[in-house]
Design a protein around this ligand. Structure first.
Ligand SMILES: [Zn+2]
Length: 204
């Protein structure tokens, strides 16, 4: 069993390095979080294009925090599926240890994608200077407040870090019963169909 995990970790690192070279370019190796300490982590499906979007944006902001929001739906077995990541938006507040979303930009993006039957399922930001691969106490409070205010069943928070020479993205599931847990990326190769569609719209 242990060996299996080790191989899986190696494979993930290799595949992610390929993803990073393909989408991001600068010579910084990148990896997804190591295979978990927790045994049964809930999965979140994600297209490689959307992981690449967040990696690329972190690479653009190496010294200040940056952030994103994401839309998606749920698979037949109840797994959240991330279809489009956007942000940070021109009015986002980037500080060395603080990030605030550009709410107007987020609302506009939401207007564009809601006719496609997608839900707002995710927010995320980087923790460059804190080197903290998990939500801060303040993040936890604000996630529970958002869940209550927006009357959502759940919302996923992604925390990005740059550790040494690699970048990581850690997903966490926050629920309206005010509990949260780590999730595991379940990757889908290629570009999200929603991103392809949006790009087509924009070039028209
Ligand atoms: Zn934070």
């Amino acid at each position: 069993m242990k060996k299996k995990h080790k191989n899986r970790r190696k494979m993930t690192a290799r595949r992610t390095a390929h993803l990073y070279r393909r989408y991001v370019r600068p010579a910084v190796p990148v990896r997804l979080p190591d295979v978990p300490e927790q045994a049964d982590m809930l999965p979140i499906e994600v297209y490689d294009s959307e992981l690449a979007y967040m990696f690329k944006d972190m690479a653009k902001h190496p010294d200040i925090e940056t952030g994103w929001f994401g839309f998606g739906n749920v698979t037949e077995d109840g797994t959240p599926r991330l279809l489009l990541v956007d942000g940070p938006g021109p009015k986002a507040n980037h500080q060395p240890a603080f990030f605030q979303q550009d709410i107007d930009y987020m609302k506009e993006a939401w207007k564009k994608v809601s006719p496609l039957g997608m839900h707002h399922i995710l927010v995320g930001h980087s923790h460059h200077k804190m080197h903290l691969p998990r939500p801060s106490g303040k993040d936890v409070d604000s996630m529970f407040t958002s869940l209550d205010e927006l009357n959502l069943e759940y919302l996923i928070l992604v925390i990005g870090t740059i550790e040494g020479t690699s970048m990581c993205l850690y997903p966490y599931l926050f629920k309206n019963d005010h509990t949260y847990c780590r999730m595991e990326w379940r990757r889908i190769a290629g570009t999200s169909p929603v991103r392809k569609m949006m790009e087509k719209w924009e070039t028209k």
